[in-house]
Design a binder for this molecule. Structure first.
Ligand code: C2E
Ligand code: MG
Ligand code: MG
Length: 756
C-alpha cells in the first residue's frame, strides 16, 4: 500500500513526529515516572479484564444505531474481538517508542480513510476507561493503592494513544482542506479569472489580486464598495449591470452574468465577463461571489467577425446584408412625419465581365476598388454606398431636399467615372448603368431594392452608360416578362415552337429563282403567334436559346433535306444563330452531328450571325467559325449596317454572305443617303467576293433599285412572307422553275400571285 505509506510519512512530517517529539509526549504524560512499569507485573489479570471490557463494548455498540448494523455482518464481531484484544495488549505493553507511535498513526489513517469519525474513538476510549476503572477497583479491591496506581498507568497509556489518534484525525482533515484549497487555487490560476465577493448588507467588496491586476490596480486603489466598482463601468452600460445584479438578488435570474466594459487604471476600456451567484455565509449574511474574466480578445474577434459578416472584403464597403439593414433603418426614418426624401441607386458596371475575363480578376478587383472610391466621392456624409455583389453597387441617399436630387447624384456618379481608371499599367474606360428609385414611406427594403433594380434593368436595355428612373409600369413589365419567361421555359417541351420559312431568291436577267430559305422561329402561345423579337431576347437571357437553337437547326436541316428529296435539290437552309450558341464549347461538332443525322450536305447550310455577336466575341468565336467554314458551312453576316458595320469584321472573320438590313432597303428608293449607303454595302460585298442578300423587299421600286445596283439575292414580302413548311412548299416549287425569258418576273401581277 505505497499510497498509505506515503500518507504516513506526510502525516509524520506534518505532526513533526520525531523520536524527540515522542519522548516529549511521554514526558508530558509522566509516563517515564517510576511506577509506570508496575503494569508489566499485572498484565495477565488486566488482559482478562480487557476480555470483559471487549464484551461490554460490543454489547454497547450493538445498542447503538449505526454500529449495530456493522456488527451484524457475518464474522465482523469476531474480527473486532481479535483486533481489539491485540490493541489492548499492545496498549499496555508498549514499548512507547517511535515505532509504536507510527503504528498508531497508521491505524488512525486507515480508520480515517474508512470514514470512522473521531467521536467513535473518543466514545470507545471513554467506555474503556470507565469500564477498566470500575473493573480494576473491583479486582484489586483489597489493594486500593495498587488499583489506583494501575489505573493511573492505564490512563497515561490511553491518553498517549488518544492524543496521537486525535492528531491524526485533525491533520488528515487539514490535509484534505489544504488539498482542496490547493486545487481551488490552481483552478483559479488556470482560469486566469479574478475573484470577487460582495457582502450585500454592509456593502463590502473583496477583490482578488488577479481581479485588481486585470485593471492595473493595487490594494491601495482597490474598490472597497460596490459603487467604487461600478464607477469603472462606462455610464451607458452601468444601468444594465446594476439591473442584472438586482434581478439576480431578487431571484428573477438564476445567475449574474454580464458582459460589459471596465476602465482600467490607464484609462483604457477592457471587455470583461462578470459572473456570480448569491448565497448566505455562516453568519447568515447575504453575499455575492463570483469571477471576473477578461474577454477583450474574444470581443475583438467577435467585432472583427461581425464587421466581416457585414462588409465586403474587397472594398470594405457594407455588403448586401448590411445594405439591407441600412435600408430598413432609412425606411423607418421615412415613415416618420416630416421626413425628407430618400432614394436608392442601383449601379452596375458595364462590360465588367469582359474586363474580368480578358484582363484577369486582379485587374477586375482593382477596377472595383477604384469605382467604389469614385462613387464614394460623389456622396455626402450620411449617404451610404454598399457593394451588392459582383459589379453591383447600391447607394442609399438619405435626407434629400427633393426627389429629383437622386437623379442628379446618379449623373454626378456617371460623370465621375468618365475618366479612365488606372488599373496596374492599364487605363480602362468604364461606364456604369444606374437605376434610381425613390424610397416610399411604406414597403420594406426589398421593395426599394427591387424597384431600383427594375430601373437598372431598364437603363441597361437603353444601352451602356444610361440612367433610368423607376416608375410603376416597370413593375408591370417585369411581371409580364416573368410570365413570359415561365411560359417560354416550357415551350420546347410542350412543342409550341414552329419554324416558318422565307424564300431567298436570286434574280438575274429579270428571272427569279429560289436559292434558299431562311428558317424563322415562331412560338404559339395558345392561339397567339408570338414574334421572335419578343421572345428571343428572353431565351437569350435565360440561356435557353442554346437548347431551342439546336432544335431550330435540327428541324430546319431535316425540313430542307426533305425538300431536297422532293425535287428542290440544292436549296440552301439559312438558320439564325445567337451568340450564346456559338460560345458553347463544341458548337461546331454539334452542327456536324446534326448535318450527319439529317443527311443535309454542309454546303447547303448557311448560319446567320449578327454583328453584335462578333462584338462580344472571345477567341473561341473565331475558332468555331473557322471550323464551320472548313466543314463547308457558309456564314452570313445578318442585319449589316445596323450595328458598327465594322469593316474589320469582314476582314477578320470567315464570312461568305452579307445581308443588307431591311431598314436601308425600305427607304432606299426615295432617300438619297440610304441609297448611297445601300450601294456602298452592295459594292463592298461584291468587292470582297461575298454574296449580298437584300432583306425586306416589299415593293417593285425596291426591286428595281436593287436590280440597278446589281444585287442579285433578295428576300422579302414581295416574294413571300415567312410561312409554315407546308404553306411555303408550293411557293418554293413555283420559284424553283426557271420561267421563260418572256415572263418578266418583276411584273407586279405575277409577283402578287406569290405574295401571301
Ligand atoms: P432576321 O434574321 O433579320 O430575319 C428577317 C426578319 O425580317 C424576319 O422577321 C422576317 O419576317 C422579316 N422580314 C422578311 N421580309 C420582310 C419584309 O419584306 N418586310 C418586313 N417588314 N419584314 C420582313 P422575324 O421572323 O420577325 O424575325 C425577327 C428576327 O428574329 C430575325 O431577324 C432574327 O434575328 C431573329 N430570329 C428569328 N428566328 C430565329 C432563330 O431561330 N434563332 C435566332 N437566334 N434568332 C431568330
Ligand atoms: Mg436572319
Ligand atoms: Mg436580318
Amino acid at each position: 500500500m505505497p499510497d498509505l505509506k506515503q500518507k504516513l510519512l506526510n502525516m509524520q512530517r506534518q505532526l513533526g513526529l520525531t523520536p524527540d517529539e515522542v519522548r516529549q509526549r511521554l514526558r508530558l504524560l509522566l509516563m517515564g515516572e517510576p511506577g509506570f512499569d508496575c503494569l508489566a507485573a499485572h498484565l495477565p489479570a488486566l488482559d482478562r479484564l480487557h476480555a470483559d471490557c471487549i464484551e461490554g463494548l460490543l454489547a454497547h455498540l450493538n445498542s447503538i444505531e449505526g454500529s449495530a448494523e456493522l456488527l451484524a455482518e457475518p464474522g465482523r464481531r469476531e474480527q473486532l474481538q481479535v483486533l481489539q484484544q491485540g490493541y489492548f495488549q499492545q496498549l499496555l505493553r508498549g514499548p512507547y517508542d517511535m515505532q509504536y507511535a507510527r503504528l498508531r498513526l497508521l491505524v488512525g489513517l486507515a480508520h480515517e480513510r474508512l470514514g470512522v469519525e473521531l467521536k467513535w474513538y473518543l466514545a470507545g476510549f471513554h467506555f474503556y476507561l470507565d469500564f477498566m476503572h470500575k473493573a480494576i477497583n473491583r479486582h484489586w479491591r483489597s489493594e486500593p493503592k495498587l488499583a489506583e496506581q494501575l489505573y493511573g498507568c492505564l490512563l497515561k497509556a490511553a491518553f498517549f494513544d488518544i492524543s496521537l489518534t486525535a492528531d491524526t484525525h485533525i491533520a488528515a482533515d487539514k490535509q484534505a482542506l489544504q488539498a482542496s484549497e490547493d486545487r481551488y487555487a490552481r483552478a483559479v490560476r488556470g482560469a486566469n479569472d479574478g475573484l470577487w465577493e460582495w457582502h450585500v448588507e454592509d456593502d463590502r467588496l473583496y477583490l482578488s489580486d488577479r481581479w485588481l491586476a486585470m485593471l492595473g490596480l493595487d490594494a491601495a486603489r482597490a474598490p472597497r464598495i460596490l459603487s467604487d466598482w461600478t464607477a469603472l463601468i462606462p455610464e451607458a452600460q452601468r444601468g444594465s449591470f446594476l439591473a442584472a445584479l438586482q434581478a439576480h438578488l431578487d431571484g428573477r435570474q438564476a445567475f449574474l452574468h454580464v458582459e460589459c466594459q471596465l476602465r482600467d487604471s490607464w484609462g483604457r476600456l477592457i471587455w470583461v465577463m462578470i459572473r456570480a451567484v448569491a448565497s448566505t455565509d455562516r453568519q447568515g449574511e447575504r453575499l455575492l461571489a463570483g469571477s471576473l474574466t477578461d474577454i477583450s480578445q474574444r470581443k475583438q474577434t467577435e467585432q472583427a467577425l461581425a464587421h466581416q459578416a457585414l462588409h465586403d472584403a474587397l472594398t470594405g464597403l457594407p455588403n448586401r446584408q448590411q445594405v439591407g439593414e441600412l435600408l430598413s433603418q432609412a425606411l423607418q426614418r421615412q415613415a416618420k412625419p416630416g421626413a425628407r426624401h430618400a432614394a436608392v441607386l442601383f449601379i452596375d458596371l458595364d462590360r465588367f465581365k469582359l474586363i474580368n475575363e480578358s484582363l484577369g480578376h486582379q485587374t477586375g478587383d482593382q477596377v472595383l476598388i477604384q469605382v467604389a472610391k469614385r462613387i464614394e466621392r460623389c456622396l455626402r456624409p450620411g449617404d451610404h454606398l454598399g457593394r451588392f455583389g459582383g459589379d453591383e453597387f447600391v447607394v442609399l441617399l438619405d435626407d434629400l431636399a427633393q426627389p429629383h436630387d437622386a437623379e442628379l447624384v446618379g449623373k454626378r456618379i456617371m460623370h465621375a467615372l468618365q475618366y479612365p481608371i488606372v488599373a496596374g499599367s492599364r487605363r480602362l474606360a468604364v461606364s456604369v448603368s444606374i437605376g434610381v428609385a425613390p424610397m416610399k414611406g411604406y414597403g420594406d427594403e426589398q421593395d426599394a431594392l427591387r424597384e431600383a433594380d427594375l430601373a437598372l434593368y431598364r437603363a441597361k436595355a437603353y444601352g451602356k452608360g444610361q440612367l433610368a428612373l423607376y416608375n410603376d409600369s416597370l413593375q408591370e413589365e417585369a411581371t409580364q416578362r416573368l410570365n413570359l419567361e415561365n411560359a417560354l421555359s416550357e415551350a420546347l417541351s410542350r412543342d409550341q415552337f414552329e419554324l416558318y420559312y422565307q424564300p431567298i431568291v436570286q434574280v438575274s436577267a429579270g428571272r427569279a429563282l429560289v436559292v434558299g430559305v431562311e428558317a424563322l422561329l415562331r412560338w404559339w402561345q395558345g392561339e397567339r403567334m408570338v414574334p421572335p423579337d419578343e421572345f428571343i431576347p428572353v431565351l437569350e437571357e435565360s440561356g435557353e436559346i442554346v437548347a431551342v437553337g439546336e432544335w431550330v437547326l435540327r428541324q430546319a436541316c431535316t425540313q430542307v433535306r426533305q425538300w431536297h428529296q422532293q425535287g428542290l435539290a440544292g436549296l440552301r437552309c439559312s438558320v439564325n444563330l445567337s451568340s450564346r450558341q456559338l460560345q458553347e464549347p463544341g458548337f461546331a461538332d454539334r452542327v456536324a452531328q446534326i448535318l450527319k443525322e439529317t443527311s443535309l450536305p454542309a454546303a447547303s447550310l448557311v448560319l446567320e450571325i449578327t454583328e453584335s455577336l462578333l462584338m462580344r466575341d472571345g477567341p473561341d468565336t473565331l475558332a468555331a467559325l473557322r471550323e464551320l467554314e472548313s466543314m463547308g458551312v457558309r456564314i452570313a453576316l445578318d442585319d449589316f449596317g445596323t450595328g458598327f458595320s465594322s469593316l474589320g469584321y469582314l476582314h477578320r472573320y470567315p464570312l461568305h454572305i452579307i445581308k443588307v438590313d431591311k431598314s436601308f432597303i425600305t427607304k432606299a428608293p426615295n432617300d438619297e443617303r440610304l441609297k448611297a449607303i445601300s450601294r456602298a454595302i452592295i459594292g463592298l460585298g461584291k468587292g470582297l467576293d461575298m454574296d449580298v442578300i437584300a432583306e425586306g423587299i416589299e415593293t417593285p421600286e425596291q426591286m428595281d433599285f436593287l436590280h440597278n445596283e446589281g444585287c442579285q439575292f433578295v428576300q422579302g414580302y414581295w416574294f413571300s412572307r415567312p410561312q409554315s413548311a407546308a404553306a411555303i412548299h408550293p411557293v418554293l416549287q413555283r420559284l424553283s422553275v426557271i420561267e421563260s425569258p418572256e415572263t418578266p418576273l418583276l411584273e407586279t401581277s405575277a409577283a402578287t400571285a406569290i405574295v401571301q
